[in-house]
Design a protein around this ligand. Structure first.
Ligand SMILES: NC(=O)c1ccc[n+]([C@@H]2O[C@H](COP(=O)([O-])OP(=O)(O)OC[C@H]3O[C@@H](n4cnc5c(N)ncnc54)[C@H](OP(=O)(O)O)[C@@H]3O)[C@@H](O)[C@H]2O)c1
Length: 296
């Protein structure tokens, strides 16, 4: 029988999309913290990663064969405002998950981020030194290290900026862009901030492939195939969604002295993952077209 997969953070953007993608293929269970997701046929349990006892009880009850650890404090601004909380959830909480996974012999996939890099170089490979700029990236990097130490064989997947349909509670930067195109807020987009954006369905496809390759462990980058800046992404979105590109105000991050420290070029080289799995995510135009078709 296919082992049960536990996804932490199913009320969030990635966890929700992952659940939708894997739903027909694996028996699933999911955790949420503040927002109980509307789910049928999936066990959903409340888990606060700050509670030292909570994961143990859940793991014993559900006995998953694999755990995809998505839950985290994901807002760099929230982590900057409260680095202690970022550490408690993203590092200590990850340690608790890793310990429990090892205890029951479950495989652990830890979802990390391109923000472990300072963004001075770009096109990062897995063996490039990670030097995060702020508490969010630092906490995710420390989570990577702890997960691998406490649960040998952990697969760390570093994901880039993602876009896709929102969960009932949490979305991607697409919502911010739409509000801007609809004239409800200024649409200042950086011309000097580069990423390799990934359509969230491709993150889910990549994670599904990783689940099917139990020998895959260590760190892998799972970015999109195209390196684009924020303004370029906005122009592509305008074209595909039929918005007025004139709504975009192209600005330079370098000209914003008070903007919080953000990697200027956190683009990922995902060749290692591609060679291991044969999987490459779709480009920006294809991803945006798929998203538009999902949203109508
Ligand atoms: N979104 C991106 O572009 C992106 C890029 C790179 C990497 N990532 C990584 O992908 C993962 C998922 O990101 P996301 O965008 O889906 O985040 P998100 O939408 O902010 O969702 C975060 C999830 O974590 C849960 N959570 C928050 N605090 C918690 C706590 N104290 N205890 C237990 N659960 C808690 C939330 O539960 P409630 O909502 O119920 O409180 C929610 O389910 C994260 O590990 C993030 O670092 C995301």
């Amino acid at each position: 029988m296919t082992p049960k997969i536990l996804i932490t953070g199913v009320s969030g953007f990635l966890g929700w999309n992952l659940l939708g993608h894997l739903g027909n293929r694996f028996p699933l269970a999911g955790t949420f913290a503040r927002h109980r997701p509307p789910l049928e046929g999936v066990t959903a349990v409340r888990l606060d990663l700050r509670d030292p006892a909570a994961p143990g009880e859940i793991f014993r009850r559900l006995n998953p064969g694999a755990v995809i650890h998505c839950a985290a404090v994901t807002s760099p601004a929230a982590c900057l405002a409260d680095p202690g909380m970022a550490r408690e959830v993203n590092v200590d909480g990850t340690g608790r998950i890793a310990r429990e996974a090892r205890g029951i012999g479950a495989r652990l996939i830890y979802v990390s981020t391109d923000r472990v890099f300072d963004g001075k170089k770009g096109n990062y490979r897995e063996d490039d030194p990670a030097e995060p700029l702020g508490p969010y990236g630092r906490s995710k990097l420390a989570g990577e290290e702890l997960a691998q130490r406490l649960c040998p064989g952990t697969l760390v997947l570093r994901l880039p900026l993602m876009y896709g349909p929102p969960s009932p509670f949490s979305g991607s930067f697409i919502e911010f862009m739409r509000e801007g195109f609809l004239g409800r807020q200024p649409l200042n987009l950086f011309t000097d901030q580069y990423r390799t954006p990934l359509y969230v369905e491709d993150a889910a496809l990549g994670i599904e492939l990783a689940l099917e390759l139990p020998q895959l462990s260590g760190i892998y980058h799972l970015g999109g195939p195209e390196r684009v800046n924020r303004a370029e992404f906005g122009y592509r979105m305008a074209e595909i969604f039929g918005y007025d590109p004139g709504a975009i105000n192209p600005v330079r991050m370098a000209d914003q002295p008070h903007y919080p420290p953000t990697p200027p070029d956190a683009s990922l080289d995902s060749g290692l993952f591609f060679r291991a799995t044969g999987f490459r995510g779709r480009g920006v135009n294809e991803g945006l077209t798929a998203l538009k078709n999902r949203l109508v």
